[in-house]
Ligand binder design. Structure first.
Ligand code: NAP
Length: 482
């Protein structure tokens, strides 16, 4: 791998400011070529516990720093990430597969949360509340929850960590993360830069290892852990939530989605096509806020499908490290196989292939469009997690709102309309945590990212993002008239 700064390729866990090795290792491979990138130390629950203890020991000094001191260190970390944006992007594309331009975008996006929370650290305000009697005063202060642990997925190996760690550290918490075993290198590079930024030992720890369950038990159940935060699938999230119940941990969950994308007959069709390209085909369709079901009003369905096919046909599939590639490989062969199964099952159930639909080659899946899909088909009720558009026709606004909400998920939704009345009605009726209106890219550090229903709870980014890492303490001062 050709890095300007080869020291950013780390192979061992980062615990208490030390690079911790293990005799056993696991391979990290490039999904575009299946070539080995690095053998990484395979650590266990023993080292996970050591990381939690290190975070516990580091907590008093870190939380005692002034907001301004923590802010300066976070800002330095942000600057180093942006300084090394190219190398971090090469590492990210190599282990995850997304095109290099998207990987650079993810580094800037992730770093943006660190910059944002470096500022928010200074705005942890409390309250004074009028008391029910004159001899009392009610004061509310906010304090860091304590040691925070996290488990993150492979689809955004940098940003899913940055979103959590930035808020936790800004609030005065210390942090232990276990990244997905397919993509540990981006997390370890973040640790290297945290160290260079001067973030003290024990404040930011990365435990790497293939024993997801064993390490996960420590991170969800250890008595020194105050809060657990997870990004990943809903089934795994439910298991981890149950584990957290044993010690009543504070929890936040960023889980799966099934985003509807609605195109009304009054929409700007070209803008809607651009919106689908951005929200469906980014990261080869492997994002939690990916458009999953595209509802198009019957009168514009033909035009929309034609224009979408023309745009999708131009997307280049290939190794994300090469130039002019729009769509990289899926994360592994199983993922490509699963996407193709959903497509063939839909066709057997009556869907029509407009574009693509061919069997995967290695981990690559050709961008695909299906029409005549129904909301009951498996492809409309499961996260596709691949570059496949599923078009569903509809007649009325009321009908499409019911269809859009007929899912257990509630993360992101999108719709295109130029009717101001409809914009308000539909925005309020959609049962989702986030709604893009004439917009396919909705996530940024200033906005509260998160879902409802089985897409989870808690928010990342914005002023609300800090709240998940703070305890509210109420002080009641009495006998003031004596
Ligand atoms: P996943 O299978 O749930 O895995 C997520 C993480 O959990 C990985 O680090 C995984 O480790 C770990 N894990 C799996 N089983 C575990 C267990 N029993 N105990 C402890 N840890 C366990 O999800 P994924 O396939 O990596 O990611 C895709 C999912 O994440 C999609 O559903 C997507 O929608 C969701 N997602 C949600 C958001 C959001 O903000 N709402 C953002 C991004 C992704 P290994 O990889 O080592 O198995």
């Amino acid at each position: 791998m050709n890095l300007t700064d080869p020291n950013l390729l780390k192979r061992h866990a980062y615990i208490d400011g030390n690079w911790q090795r293990s005799n056993s290792t696991f391979p990290v491979v490039n999904p575009a070529t299946n070539e080995l990138i690095a053998d990484v130390s395979d650590l266990s629950e023993v080292e996970a516990e050591a990381a939690v203890i290190a975070a516990h020991i580091a907590l008093p000094n870190w939380s005692a720093k002034s907001a301004s001191e923590r802010s300066k260190l976070l800002n330095k970390w942000f600057q180093l990430m942006m300084l090394h944006q190219n190398d971090l992007a090469i590492l990210l594309t190599s282990e995850q597969g997304k095109p290099l331009a998207e990987a650079k975008g993810e580094i800037a996006y992730g770093a943006g949360y660190i910059e944002w929370f470096a500022e928010e650290a200074k705005r942890v305000y409390g309250d004074t509340i009028p008391a029910p009697s004159n001899d009392k005063r009610i004061v509310v202060i906010k304090q860091p929850v304590g040691v925070v642990t996290a488990i993150t997925p492979w689809n955004f190996p940098n940003a899913m960590i940055a979103r959590k760690a930035a808020a936790a550290l800004a609030a005065g918490c210390t942090f232990v993360v276990r990244p997905a075993s397919q993509t540990p290198l981006s997390a370890l590079a973040m640790a290297e830069l945290a160290e260079r930024a001067g973030i003290p030992p024990g404040v930011f720890n990365v435990i790497v290892g293939t024993d997801a369950q064993g390490i996960g038990k420590v991170l969800t159940q250890h008595k020194l852990v105050a809060k657990f935060t997870f990004t990943g699938s809903t089934p795994v999230g439910k298991k981890l939530l149950a584990q957290c119940a044993a010690r009543v941990k504070k929890v936040s969950m960023e889980l799966g989605g099934n985003a509807p994308f609605i195109v009304f007959d009054d929409a700007d069709i070209d803008a809607a096509v651009d919106g689908v390209i951005a929200s469906k085909y980014r990261n080869a369709g492997q994002t939690c806020v990916c458009t999953n079901r595209i509802f198009v009003q019957h009168s514009v369905l033909k035009t929309f499908a034609f224009k979408l096919a023309a745009a999708v046909d131009k997307l280049n599939l290939g190794n994300g490290l090469n130039e002019n590639v729009d769509i990289g490989p899926l994360i592994n062969e199983q993922a490509a196989h699963d996407v193709h199964s959903l497509v063939t099952e839909s066709v057997q159930a009556g869907a029509t292939v407009v574009l693509g639909g061919t069997a995967p080659v290695d981990n690559f899946y050709k961008p695909t469009i299906l029409s005549n899909v129904t909301n009951e088909m498996a492809i409309a009720q499961n996260e596709i997690f691949g570059p496949v558009s599923a078009l569903i026709g509809f007649q009325t606004e009321q009908e499409v709102i019911e269809l859009a909400n007929a899912t257990e998920f509630g993360l992101a939704a999108y719709f295109y309309s130029r009717d101001i009345g409809r914009v308000w009605r539909v925005s309020e009726a959609l049962e989702y945590g986030m709604v893009g209106i004439n917009e396919g890219i909705i996530s940024n550090p200033a906005a509260p990212f998160g879902g409802i229903k089985q897409s989870g709870f808690g928010r990342e980014g914005s002023k609300y993002g800090l709240e998940d890492y703070l305890n509210i303490k109420y002080l009641c001062m009495g006998a003031l008239n004596n």
